[in-house]
Design a protein around this ligand. Structure first.
Ligand SMILES: O=C(O)CCC(=O)C(=O)O
Ligand SMILES: [Fe+2]
Length: 257
């Protein structure tokens, strides 16, 4: 696979080599443009779930592959850039899920489905949030084989095999997060409900220093507090994320499934 031309921007983190975070991947005006496009989509494009809304672009993902639909130009522009710069996608990004979260909404810890190539690129817009990664329950020490991921998350006192440990990434607006390989296969990822997200364990803390976040529009309604108890306060602005992935198996017609 070819290395991306800006591969040095795609810094991995210490013992979590399969997570990359690029602050300010897009400019404030690109952010506004993307937000306008997301909000300009027809209302019928939104699917409401219990705890968030989403738009599905690129077609319908089935267990066996993708029944494709062309991505609109405003999405191909950004996905081509991610693909070219990172050099991590084996084929064009052909699927984008757009999630919208109110400040008190999150997403349950989960793993992405088997239909996707195991590299995920997430662009964040609007309010910041903290994404938590938790090792899969099969990686617990003394695993009796019966533990569920819910058990693992609830007990909090788990010991993990090897160097698998829970960690978090602060997702600032305009940033790009990429996770792949081990982070994709051995961890669940999720975002807590609630307007305040702690981030003591954030692996990208260094990348947050000098963020011009508080000065920038249109997201001044949220705040990153650096103290002995660092946290992200989400306040009034929604967070919109673009989850960009490749589905390798593409079906030309429904009959070929
Ligand atoms: O909103 C995000 O950053 C994460 C979304 C996600 O994990 C997903 O759609 O599978
Ligand atoms: Fe996900």
């Amino acid at each position: 696979m070819m290395e991306g031309k800006n591969v040095n921007k795609y810094q991995a983190f210490g013992d979590v080599p399969t997570v990359m975070y690029v602050p300010d991947f897009i400019t404030p005006s690109e952010e506004s443009h993307l937000l306008d496009k997301v909000h300009g989509a027809p209302l019928s494009k939104w699917k409401s779930l219990k705890n968030r809304r989403l738009q599905n672009w690129g077609g319908v993902v089935h267990e066996k592959g993708l029944l494709p639909q062309d991505l609109p130009p405003w999405l191909t522009k950004i996905t081509q850039r991610i693909s070219e710069e990172s050099g991590l996608f084996p084929s064009p990004i052909n699927h984008v899920l757009i999630n919208e979260y109110h400040p008190d909404q999150g997403i349950m810890p989960h793993q992405d489905g088997p239909a996707y190539f195991p590299v995920v690129a997430i662009i964040s817009l609007g309010s910041p949030a903290v994404m938590d990664f938790t090792p899969h329950s099969r990686l617990r020490k003394c695993n009796d084989g019966k533990g569920t991921d819910e058990d693992a998350l609830e007990s909090g006192t788990n010991e993990w095999m090897d160097n698998h440990h829970p960690f978090s990434v602060v997702l600032m607006p305009r940033s790009l997060l990429i996770f792949k390989d081990t982070a994709y296969s051995d961890y669940l990822h999720g975002i807590k409900d609630g307007e305040v997200h702690q981030y003591e364990e954030a692996i990208n803390e260094g990348a947050l220093i000098n963020q011009t976040f508080l000065d920038s529009e249109p997201v001044a309604a949220a705040e990153v507090v650096e103290s002995s108890d660092p946290k992200v306060i989400r306040r009034t602005t929604d967070r919109i994320s673009l989850t960009c992935r490749s589905v390798l198996k593409v079906h030309k017609s429904l009959f070929k499934f």
